[in-house]
Design a protein around this ligand. Structure first.
Ligand SMILES: Cc1cc2nc3c(=O)[nH]c(=O)nc-3n(C[C@H](O)[C@H](O)[C@H](O)COP(=O)(O)OP(=O)(O)OC[C@H]3O[C@@H](n4cnc5c(N)ncnc54)[C@H](O)[C@@H]3O)c2cc1C
Length: 667
């Protein structure tokens, strides 16, 4: 049935193209004049009514006007502005991206790809590029707007499906080791397996190599040669035992030991491969800053070329794993995948490594496993496919399944405010959510923490998450007045807010404690008007408007004011210097702050050879997992590391690749 409908659509599309090219051949006119006025020359004897009818039948409305149109839409990181040229036949002949701020290597590639597909297929019925859905949607929306401005037939463009070249085709491939996912862990695994002599096929869903590492800052490689030579050596035994205790012993102690004792070698390994990280002593923690953003993907590609491709293997991007192939005894023997052109690949391998980064991009899965969604600050394409196919092949769902990498919080107000104000002003609510001197309450109105937790990224997020899907930052008019007059110094901020760097990159010059917050009252009024925060003239009114329990909130408020007066916070022990009085009268505002989830943690249980375990905790022959999907062995319920995400992904990949190669080659 589906095939018949597709054939019908194809036939209709072919007819439409033929009719359009006939008209174009007759008129021979490519000027930017309105198409409707040209049509009489294509059928000189027809009446105006008949001509209009014919044009409409051909999908070119009478109102259509050829020319170049400007349009814009919101991408992931701001507006994407385009100039779209439509010719006399309502054909999109050119799309110029005039300005955009999307992520290099991800959003930018998606924009270019979609732009080319629109022109080649003369269609707006194009799938979003995996991993760049917001950028994809934005370019499609902007071009649609341009077509609309031209009076073109938007519906015809949106309903024109272009058959994929590979649909119905199946190809067979084989390798010793097949790696699924090309983030930090997958690339490391592919490279180290190839270096051990294995023929490797690496498949990656998107067009991008590097996954979340391309967006990250620094990794932890314990006692790396750089750290030690800089004079900072960590007591490994102490580190391991504290890690285990801090996770209530509900972790794989051998996995932690392996990471802590072997990650230093990963630093040297990456360095030798050309992926050079820079050691920094981060308040006693051994962090290593990743190379410059723009150099990361090319370096990882060069590593793959020098090891995987040189060893006779392949790197297949825009190829999505769909299912694992299993043998008669439950062993995993391959992967079924699909290329962007629709071709099905059946890839057999002796060892299959899952490195698909988890499920944080799958709202339903996060909600079910964690209780609520939070904001996905990680990769949208990580929707749990790798986990599901591994579970289908017999992998155990770990007992601690559901942990997330919660890092910092975000203000719900930011997105809409960005459309109304400059980035600095639009970030006022966000900045407040990082200041320890303001009062924070949970959805019920109860205060829930020493607000100094906002100074530590993982503490900021996890204390909030324990209290529900969001928390509220309370700010009084007196405090807003102080912000307007003296900037963050007005509310005694001890340091600049430690927000995710992409926020303040665009207003570095204004990001100062003493910079007055111009238009602060307008911004907070807009936040309320946009439905992204609340206001009340009194504490009771604020409680009502924000859906808090009035009695709970006013009790919390009274206690907080008392603590500010006495300098003693009997409930949470907040330091005196952070206890700031709110003033004697309203109005009061409540900023909605939500957790930022950088990725899910865990989903597959592994041993220290990164073999995936089944329900009986016995390795499934042929199946390995590295990176985030195997990281649940390191944490009880929640990720609390600084730099461990990257440190573990590179290290588990490096070691897991070697193990998988040894398994495949029988060594
Ligand atoms: C914004 C941000 C900042 C961060 N900052 C830090 C930091 O400073 N320090 C730190 O330690 N950690 C940080 N992290 C976390 C860290 O980046 C991750 O823990 C780590 O990069 C995960 O690597 P991975 O290889 O396991 O997964 P990913 O990087 O998620 O890679 C998984 C890959 O699998 C692909 N894939 C998914 N499904 C399929 C499929 N079905 N078929 C084929 N391919 C598929 C994806 O496209 C992706 O490329 C940050 C994360 C984010 C999002």
């Amino acid at each position: 049935m589906r095939k018949q409908a597709q054939n019908k659509m194809l036939l209709l599309s072919v007819c439409l193209v033929m009719i359009l090219s006939l008209i174009s051949g007759c008129s021979g006119n490519n000027s930017a004049e309105p198409a409707a006025s040209e049509q009489p020359s294509a059928s000189a004897s027809a009446s105006p009514e008949a001509t209009q009818q014919a044009a409409e039948d051909n999908g070119v409305p009478a109102s259509f006007k050829a020319g170049t149109y400007k349009a814009e839409a919101d991408g992931k990181d701001g507006k994407i502005q385009v100039e779209v040229t439509l010719d006399a036949e309502s054909k999109i002949t050119d799309i110029k991206v005039v300005s955009q701020n999307e992520t290099a290597g991800i959003g930018v590639e998606a924009i270019n790809k979609i732009k080319d597909e629109i022109i080649a297929g003369q269609t707006l019925a194009i799938d979003a590029v995996s991993g760049a859905s917001e950028s994809s949607k934005a370019i499609l929306t902007a071009v649609e707007d341009a077509v609309k401005q031209a009076g073109g037939n938007v519906e015809a463009f949106k309903s024109k499906t272009v058959a994929k070249a590979g649909e119905g085709k199946t190809e067979q491939l084989s390798a010793d080791v097949v790696v699924v996912g090309a983030g930090a862990s997958g690339v490391s695994a592919a490279v180290s397996a190839a270096d051990k002599g294995a023929k490797v096929i690496l498949i990656e869903k998107t067009a991008t190599i590097g996954g979340a590492s391309n967006l990250s800052w620094a990794g932890k490689f314990y006692n790396s040669s750089a750290a030690v030579s800089s004079g900072l050596k960590v007591n490994v035994e102490k580190e391991i035992s504290e890690w285990i205790v801090n996770n209530h012993w509900r972790v794989d102690a051998a996995a932690i030991r392996q990471y802590v004792t072997k990650s230093g070698e990963t630093y040297d390994w990456l360095n030798k491969k050309g992926y050079k990280t820079t050691f920094i002593n981060f308040a006693g923690e051994q962090l290593h800053m990743l190379p410059a953003y723009e150099t990361r993907q090319p370096t990882l590609k060069a590593m793959l070329a020098a090891s995987v491709e040189k060893g006779g293997g392949q790197v297949l991007t825009e190829t999505t794993a769909k299912k694992l192939i299993t043998g008669a005894n439950g062993e995993v023997t391959g992967v079924v995948a699909q290329k962007a052109d629709g071709t099905t690949l059946e890839i057999t391998g002796k060892s299959i490594i899952m490195a698909t980064g988890g499920y944080a991009g799958n709202k339903e899965m996060v909600k079910e496993a964690f209780g609520f969604e939070g904001v996905n600050g990680g990769l949208g394409q990580n929707i749990g496919e790798g986990l599901k196919m591994s579970w289908d092949a017999g992998a155990k769902v770990p007992d601690n399944f559901g942990g997330q990498m919660l890092h910092q919080t975000l203000a719900r107000a930011t997105e809409k405010l960005k459309a109304q104000y400059k980035p600095f002003e639009a970030s006022y609510p966000l900045m407040l959510s990082y200041l320890p001197t303001l009062m924070n309450v949970g959805p019920s109105g109860a205060r829930f923490r020493d607000e100094a937790a906002t100074l530590t990224a993982v503490a900021a997020a996890n204390t909030s998450a324990f209290n529900g899907a969001y928390h509220l930052v309370i700010v009084s008019q007196a405090q807003i007045d102080a912000l307007k007059a003296k900037g963050m110094n007005g509310v005694k901020a001890p340091a600049l807010p430690g927000m995710p760097p992409e926020f303040y990159a665009s207003f570095k010059d204004q990001f100062k404690l003493d910079n007055p917050w111009k238009d602060a009252d307008k911004v907070f009024e807009s936040m309320v008007a946009n439905g992204d925060g609340y206001k009340g003239n009194t504490i009771e009114e604020l409680a009502k408007n924000a859906g808090m329990d009035a009695a709970v909130f006013s009790d919390a408020f009274k206690k907080y004011q008392e603590a500010a007066k006495t300098g003693v916070d009997t409930e949470f022990g907040k330091a005196k210097e952070y206890l700031l009085p709110m003033g004697e009268s309203g109005p009061y505002y409540a900023v909605i702050a939500e957790i930022n989830n950088l990725g899910s943690v865990g989903g597959l249980l592994v041993n220290t050879k990164f073999q995936v375990l089944n329900d009986k905790r016995v390795p499934i022959k042929g199946l390995y997992a590295v990176g985030l999907e195997s990281e649940g062995v390191m944490y009880n319920d929640t990720y609390v590391g600084n730099g461990v995400g990257l440190g573990y992904s590179f290290t588990s990949g490096r070691l897991g690749g070697e193990d998988a190669a040894a398994g495949a080659l029988g060594k």
